[in-house]
Design a protein around this ligand. Sequence first.
Ligand code: 5GP
Length: 116
Amino acid sequence: MATIFSKIIAKEIPAAIVYQDDQVTAFKDISPLAPVHILIVPNIEIASVNDVEVEHEKMLGHLFSVAKLVAKEQGIAESGYRLIVNNGGDAGQEVFHLHVHLLGGRKLGPVLARKD
Ligand code: 5GP
């Protein structure tokens, strides 16, 4: 069954797509946590980092080049930004279609809140 992100990539459901090519798609998160919150996703369905194979390496490298490009287009290349990939339950992964969160536009605070 197609993931919600595959339906966005295929333009079957709406999303604010900011970049798309034959390998990856970038669109605004529906529930943004920062002034800039964009998801960058492979066009093919890879459920999570656990499912990455050697054949995906070139495309995933390209995905980082797209992250750089989108950060520049969004005006946060110089102010700074964070890339996050959640994997599995403890990380809170909700959508099992590998994606990189691109967050910026404000001070983002520590990577992880301390438990104590
Ligand atoms: P995860 O927790 O899996 O790393 O992140 C999934 C992200 O996808 C969340 O930040 C959530 O807001 C976003 N999201 C879920 N459904 C949709 C949708 O239908 N459209 C868009 N644009 N973002 C979505």
